[in-house]
Write a protein that binds this ligand. Structure first.
Ligand code: TRP
Ligand code: ZN
Length: 885
């Protein structure tokens, strides 16, 4: 706990470790209140280091004994200070035997060794291994591990660690043991153990090279019937990596374990991936279509890390995007390929871009803005961000856009050929891409070093007489904390041209032989001009197709041009984009109208365009649903000079209600016609239908017609899957019918009782109430008193507290500041339990300086109240940066 700013770590201060570890042997005597750990580590001096001392890291450890080369050490043979243990002037080769004691039952941070529902788990990334034993806990120190686990046989029948099981047996006093050996060298952050009362679904699976491997999904007993989808997802992931990248599983055994208490989504520990239960457990009764899709993508993500992260790892934590950006890109491509269709790929792309814009663009414009490869941090846990992950994935995607799929694959092949078994940097990745394709990509490095979302301005001029089209592209990038000057980026801008019938026109430049229908312009200077010839008529330009770069495009197009793109663009992404731009334009003027107390109106051209999309049965339901979903409140707010959450909320509600009134018949049709046939299947087709159907229901419930309320109640009762049931309940609660219709009143309770024993569904129950436009702090405080609520479980805390603070904008930013008071109280309490999760809650206030003046005062007061407390390093860093920005 700190009251002043913690020390800052700088990327450019990197120095090699003084000693390297070759092997480590770990023995755990597991018990909840006192666990004994003996670590026997073989180290040798690193010729690349000037430092003579052995430097080990350790936190919250009880050191019992330390011996070097057979001799017990006593101070001043060694010194401990501020999380470091130093042995001065050590011999070149040493074996250290270190005994430490841990208290897993006291560990609420969920880093290091901890308990969840009575079972033991570890989480070591990024710096959790130092909470287990003293070790050079940094990713560029790679060793082979043998691990012996000893525990009570009855309470902990299952003992797992990385690699292969080499020995197991009984011990006196009802205890037993298991010994594991991981043949691959790994950094300490990939170490894991699991011990407890678990069961598994297992299968033997044949790899492309003919080897048989054992796949297991481990869960608590009552969840065994929810593991089929995770197992299927794992097999699909293995196949996909073989086919798309020629990468095979390198172990004989691959395990997934689900745990209810977990700080993040999942963790790629070598051969022993540990998952938040929410990314493993699914059956139609408890999981929605979105859950099914998320499980497939996270199972893929962690599996793909085996090559991008584990076989080739990061030199230091500033290089985090080397593994995360690349692995997110890989999981995005996996999910896109899994849809099996062009429009499925587009749906996936739109969803990913929506996340980027809703979460990463604001981050890039706020006090926590940082480059994809950050330059400094106080707490590395705070840099597992949407910038490192999602923008990082966009950066990797741009290589593929610039080099083509084959060129990208060549780059990947060279990357593995050069760096297998090494800990490397983002620059090494760039070099492999450049060298494999014989291209100079030095300018591309700026995507790693410069923060902020670049603006790309486009101007187009059609010359009727010469039949030429001139495109002038220019770029700029706003200032971000610590970066005032920005150099131009290398930006791929994919372009298409539509004729008056909506058909693609060929794009030909002077001297070209071929004239493709879409081409990627490379913008590398501050401003560049591109001229196309033989352009038969004045085209409508479709710019930044498929979102070819993570930039904000500024290009003035009339409503007519956008309507043309919305109905005809061959690029699905840009069809969707045109609809969003039409809506955004109106939402911004409606927000202004609300603020000026003017009457709100919506033009019929826009309503007609929405009607056309809604009734266009040639278009995939999933795409229609995305096109008909209005930009979120955060997206709209981002575009205003001063954020007025209440006004934005009212503007958006007005547009939704108007669309409901004017398209009532069409919504009803959509609800009726998109029912799915037969047993529940979470396929993209069926999920798309359900999404459109349930969007239609949510619009209909905005009308003052009890008949629709009853229709939703009926859907709730007859649904054979969680998607339909949850959608009905959520819309009923959010549109206030649970207060107005007697038959609806009891539904929240009914839902609770029905799923009382399904923690993941109870999370949904809390979160649907927390995100209701009708829920204020009083509602949420009351829910916190519910016996099922606890701040200790991250999923539960996120469902209610984050649900309200992050995803209920209008209520959280209530004019009286009650939301901010609520936030500060919970943040302070949560910080004492779990700093990593608390620091994420702290991020709600990122944008406080951009809100209307009446909100800024209570926001600042709440931030200062928090700042006066003794805080964790995690939360201190966020609050400090938020206040000083
Ligand atoms: N490497 C994990 C992933 O993205 C992230 C992760 C899981 C993590 N648990 C964590 C990061 C705890 C920091 C702390 O796949
Ligand atoms: Zn990851």
């Amino acid at each position: 706990m700190t009251s002043s700013n913690p020390a800052t770590v700088y990327r450019l201060d990197y120095t090699a470790s003084s000693f390297l570890a070759d092997r480590i042997d770990l023995v755990f005597d597991l018990a909840p209140s006192v666990t004994q750990v003996r670590a026997t580590t073989e180290l040798h001096r690193n010729p690349d280091s000037e430092n003579r001392d052995i430097v080990l890291y350790g936190e919250e450890l009880e050191l019992v004994r330390i011996a070097m080369n057979g001799k017990v050490l006593a101070k001043p043979d060694y010194a401990t200070d501020n999380g470091e243990l130093r042995i001065p002037d050590a011999p070149d080769k040493v074996t250290l035997v270190i005994d430490t004691l841990l208290h897993p039952d006291q560990n609420t941070s969920l880093m290091g060794l901890y308990l969840s529902n009575g079972n033991f788990f570890t989480q070591c990334e990024a710096e959790g291994f130092r909470k287990i034993t003293y070790f050079p806990d940094r990713p560029d120190v790679m060793a082979t591990y043998t691990v012996t686990l000893r525990a009570d046989r009855e309470k902990y029948p299952v003992l797992l660690s990385n690699g292969n099981l080499v020995e197991e047996g009984d011990l006196p006093n009802g205890r037993h043991y298991a010994k594991w050996e991981d043949p691959f060298k790994k950094p300490s952050y990939l170490f894991a153990l699991v011990a407890g009362n678990l069961v598994c679904r297992e299968e033997t699976f044949r790899l492309a090279d003919g080897r048989d491997v054992l796949l297991q999904v481990w869960v608590e007993k009552n969840n065994l019937d929810k593991t089929a989808h995770a197992m299927e997802s794992l097999k699909h992931s293995i196949r996909w990596d073989e086919r798309r990248f020629g990468l095979e599983l390198d172990l004989d055994r691959f395990m997934i374990v689900a745990v209810s208490d977990f700080n993040m989504g999942a963790m790629e520990n070598k051969g022993l991936n540990i998952f938040n239960t929410r990314y493993v457990l699914a059956n139609p009764r408890i999981a929605t279509d979105l859950d099914y899709a998320n499980i497939e993508s996270v199972v893929g993500h962690e599996y793909f890390h085996n090559w991008t992260g584990n076989r080739v790892t990061c030199r230091d934590w500033f290089q985090l995007s080397l593994k995360e950006g690349l692995t997110v890109f890989r999981d995005q491509e996996f999910s896109a390929d899994r849809t099996g269709s062009e429009s499925g790929r587009a749906v996936k792309r739109i969803e990913d871009v929506r996340t980027l814009r809703q979460l990463q663009f604001p981050e890039d414009a706020g006090p926590m803005a940082h480059p994809v490869r950050p330059d400094s941090y106080q707490e590395i846990n705070n840099f597992y961000t949407v910038t490192v992950y999602e923008k990082g994935a966009e950066v990797v995607r741009m290589y593929q856009t610039l080099l083509g799929r084959d060129g990208f694959r060549k780059g990947m092949d060279l990357y593995f050929k050069r760096h297998d078994g090494q800990a490397v940097t983002c620059t090494d990745f760039l070099a492999a891409m450049a060298d494999a394709n014989g291209r100079d990509l030095s300018q591309f490095e700026r995507w790693y070093s410069q923060a902020g979302t670049p603006r790309v301005k486009l101007q187009s001029h059609y010359d009727e007489k010469n039949r030429t089209l001139t495109l002038i592209l220019s770029q700029s990038c706003p200032q971000t904390p610590g970066q005032t000057e920005k150099q131009p980026f290398l930006i791929p801008v994919a372009i298409g041209l539509l004729d008056s019938h909506g058909k693609d026109m060929p794009l030909r430049m002077e001297g070209d032989k071929a004239a493709p229908n879409s081409r990627t312009l490379e913008l590398s200077e501050e401003s560049q001009t591109f001229t196309f010839i033989d352009v038969a008529e004045k085209p409508v330009v479709s710019a930044l197709r498929n979102f070819s770069a993570p930039v904000i495009l500024e290009y003035e197009q009339s409503d007519d041009e956008l309507l043309h793109l919305l109905s005809h663009d061959s690029d699905h992404f840009n069809r969707w984009e045109a609809g969003q731009r039409l809506a955004l334009r109106r939402l911004l003027s409606l927000t202004k109208a609300v603020q000026a107390d003017r009457t709100l109106t919506l033009d019929s051209a826009f309503i007609d365009a929405f009607r056309a999309v809604l009734t266009d049965t040639a278009l995939d339901p999933a795409l229609r649903e995305l096109a008909l979903t209005l930009p979120g409140e955060m997206m709209i707010a981002e575009k205003t000079d001063e954020i007025d959450p209440a006004a934005t909320h009212r503007a958006r509600q007005f547009m939704r209600r108007t669309l409901a009134e004017n398209l009532e018949k069409e919504w009803l049709n959509a609800w009726q016609e998109n029912r799915t046939e037969g047993a529940y299947r979470p396929t993209p087709q069926d999920a798309g239908k359900r999404a459109l159907k349930n969007l239609a229901l949510s619009y209909l419930l905005l009308l003052d017609k009890p008949a629709y309320g009853r229709m939703a109640i009926d859907q709730y009762h007859t649904a054979d899957n969680m998607s339909d049931r949850l959608a009905a309940l959520t819309s009923l609660v959010h549109s206030g019918w649970t207060d107005k219709l007697p038959e609806a009143k009891a539904l929240p309770d009914h839902f609770y009782r029905e799923y009382e024993n399904e923690a993941l569904v109870i999370d949904k129950w809390f979160s649907l109430q927390a995100t209701s436009p009708n829920a204020d702090t009083a509602t949420v405080r009351k829910l916190m008193k519910h016996p099922a609520f606890t701040l200790k479980n991250p999923n539960r805390a996120r469902s209610l507290i984050f649900g309200f603070c992050h995803n209920n904008m209008a209520q959280f930013h209530a004019a009286d500041g009650s939301g901010y008071t609520f936030w500060s109280e919970n943040l302070i309490e949560l910080d004492r339990i779990n700093p990593q999760v608390a620091a994420r809650l702290a991020r709600c206030m990122d944008q406080w300086k951009r809100y209307i003046p009446s909100l800024r005062k209570p926001a600042e007061q709440a931030l200062r109240n928090v700042s006066e407390q003794s805080l964790s390093r995690d939360t201190r860093e966020i609050i400090g940066k938020t206040l000083s920005a």
